[in-house]
Design a protein around this ligand. Structure first.
Ligand code: F6R
Length: 609
């Protein structure tokens, strides 16, 4: 949550900051602000409620100049959405932008108030900046000298960038709890929450580690670790192309990302399928093979869309590998007393790798006696990958739309490969790995076919965009897909939607059925279809408004609309059937005119518990 960009350069950086902070809007878009140090060594600060576009408008006719500065886009936690609460916050000669939460801010605030500090905002960030100022004033030392000591007083997460108008040659970056990277330029350097903010000015990055404090000057970078010792951090050359983060011909990133799915699945499969029969994970070694051989249970923990992917994987682990698997929402895992199963292996699933609940679950799991842990993640540099024993990358490419799409289908692709790998290591069934390799090879083509349902989905969307409530039904491995369809609709179209297992409707929710509640039923042709047809009939006789998504023509009654879905192999049907649901949510939201990439109240990576 919250995006940070900062730069120390030899040119006026106002337009740079505005353009680059806009790229991080996916991290929060309640309000935005920036601060520069001008030629007279004074701060110039501009802030506004709303998106970066508002900030651009507000700065337009002001002749702002500064070669060093910082910018922030906010997802509000402490304090309502208002200009006063917008970053940067300033205390005399110190300005700060911050991502995270200070848990003991109230105590420090009352201490500082007693010392005469006046607070203009309700934020915990203003507490940090006044604390730094107080320590500097008290000791007469430089910002760097007081930094390590001052930070020890803070509890919580405080990735931040600070600058001192009395010393305009450097920025100080602190990494704790949320990612911060340094971008290395030619005679200029940058700091950001995510490398996508800096692509185009540099390809070379340093990922700060937990507890690092970095001094970033025009031509010099010095990093201290949490023990206050100077350290060298690896410089990484990014392979993310700037084009990846352009919308191209698409109206929204989400649309682009939906249509990109065949390509992202191909990337995920690349170099992992061998000789048409084996799955190969270069990231895993002997240690993991040994764990896979001995594990008797898998525990997957994730949030939101990633949780839905985990639920599908549970079906695969149990039905294809005969390995018991439990799946849990991370915030629940971290909120209860846990009793773990015998020889259990812990798996986390996350697009961003920064989701605070999932990260906390991983940290707790390490004390519980699991055989080991693995994360399936889209971001190699993320905290989850850094902190996990092992990892598998989903390789979906940068996902910018707040609602996850391609990260979900690539997670499922990796999970299915993992199931096959474990089956083959355990020598449970010879054919499964080969069968899965064969099916995965055709998966991108199946997705291409499914994407061709666009027109039919658009027609359904036209009929449904005014609806207030919707139900999604699925059975077995399609129930999580129904949940994912409902989540997408809630997120981007603001329509209340609930998902139920098909057979559960008669235990209560059937009372809701009337002609005004559209019901989407996911009903692929398989051994369960006959049962599902009975549920469809039950809804029909009660006058429900039914939309069936199936590869079989289902026209039991006239109040049924059937969306004919192209054929797909049964194992990968959950990956295919989510596509029409993503499209449905997208086209409904488009008709409603919501901001699809940045739905209200949400942010892409949820770095607060
Ligand atoms: C839904 C969505 C969220 C995320 C959830 C977990 O479209 O994007 O529900 O899936 O916040 O995020 P990650 O996967 O980054 O851990």
């Amino acid at each position: 949550m919250c995006g940070i960009v900062a730069a120390v350069t030899q040119r006026n950086i106002i337009s740079f900051l505005l353009e680059r902070i806009q790229r991080l809007e996916y991290r929060g878009y309640d309000s935005a602000g920036l601060a520069l140090i001008n030629q007279n060594n004074n701060f110039i600060r501009v802030r506004c409620v709303g998106k970066v576009n508002e900030l651009i408008k507000k700065t337009k006719n002001k002749k702002l100049f500064g070669k060093i500065g910082l910018a922030h886009t906010r997802w509000a936690t402490h304090g309502k959405v208002s200009e006063e609460n917008t970053h940067p916050h300033i205390s005399s000669n110190i300005a700060i932008v911050h991502n995270g939460i200070i848990e003991n801010s109230f105590q420090i605030r009352s201490f500082l108030e007693k010392k005469g500090y006046i607070f203009y905002s309700d934020t915990d960030t203003e507490v940090i900046v006044h604390l730094l100022h107080w320590e500097q004033k008290k000791t007469g030392k430089s910002l760097l000298e007081i930094m390590h000591y001052s930070l020890m007083k803070l509890k919580g997460n405080y990735s931040m960038v600070v600058m001192d108008s009395k010393n305009s040659s450097k920025l100080i970056a602190v990494c704790s709890g949320s990612p911060l990277i340094i971008g290395l330029g030619a005679g200029e350097n940058f700091i950001a929450s995510d490398q996508i903010a800096l692509l185009g000015v540099t390809k070379h990055f340093i990922y700060l580690k937990e507890g690092d404090i970095a001094i970033v000057k025009l031509k010099k970078i010095k990093i201290f670790n949490q023990n206050n010792c100077i350290v060298q951090r690896k410089i990484i050359e990014s392979d993310i192309k700037y084009e990846y983060i352009k919308k191209g011909k698409y109206k929204y990133y989400m649309e682009k990302e939906i249509y990109e799915q065949p390509k992202s699945i191909r990337n995920t499969l690349k170099n992992r399928l061998k000789d048409n029969k084996t799955i190969y994970f270069p990231e895993l070694g002997k240690k993991e093979t040994n764990i896979f051989l001995h594990l008797e249970h898998i525990h997957i923990v994730a949030c939101g869309t990633s949780y839905h992917a985990a639920m599908v994987a549970k079906h695969w682990f149990e039905s294809l590998a005969n390995i018991p698997c439990d799946v849990e929402v991370a915030s629940e895992f971290t909120s209860r007393k846990l009793a773990i199963r015998r020889k259990s292996f812990f798996v986390t699933l996350s697009q961003s790798g920064e989701t605070a609940d999932t990260l906390m679950a991983l940290r707790i799991s390490k004390k519980l006696g699991y055989l080991g842990n693995l994360t399936i993640c889209n971001m190699k540099s993320s905290s989850l990958v850094q902190e996990s024993d092992s990892y598998l990358l989903t390789k979906a490419g940068v996902e910018i739309g707040v609602a996850s799409t391609k990260s979900f289908t690539t997670q499922l692709t990796v999970l299915l490969m993992l199931v096959a790998k474990i089956v083959s290591i355990k020598k449970k069934e010879d054919n499964i790995e080969k069968k899965i390799v064969k099916i995965l090879t055709v998966l991108p083509y199946r997705i291409e076919e499914i994407l061709k349902t666009k027109k039919a989905i658009q027609n359904i969307a036209k009929k449904l965009y005014n609806t207030k409530n919707m139900l999604f039904l699925g059975r077995n491995d399609q129930y999580p897909i129904a949940m994912e369809g409902a989540l997408k609709l809630k997120e981007i179209a603001y329509i209340h939607a609930e998902a139920y297992p098909c057979g559960e409707l008669k235990h209560g929710p059937l009372a809701l059925i009337d002609k005004d509640i559209p019901i989407i039923i996911i009903a692929p042709k398989n051994s369960l279809l006959e049962k599902t047809k009975k549920n469809i009939q039950e809804i029909c006789t009660r006058g429900g408004l039914i939309y069936v998504f199936s590869d079989e023509e289902i026209n039991l009654e006239k109040n049924i609309t059937c969306l004919k879905v192209p054929y797909v192999e049964e194992i990968i049907a959950p990956i295919s059937y989510v596509i029409p649901l993503q499209l449905l949510a997208y086209y409904i939201a488009l008709s409603k005119g919501t901001n699809i990439d940045q739905p209200r109240n949400l942010a892409k990576s949820v770095t607060v518990e």
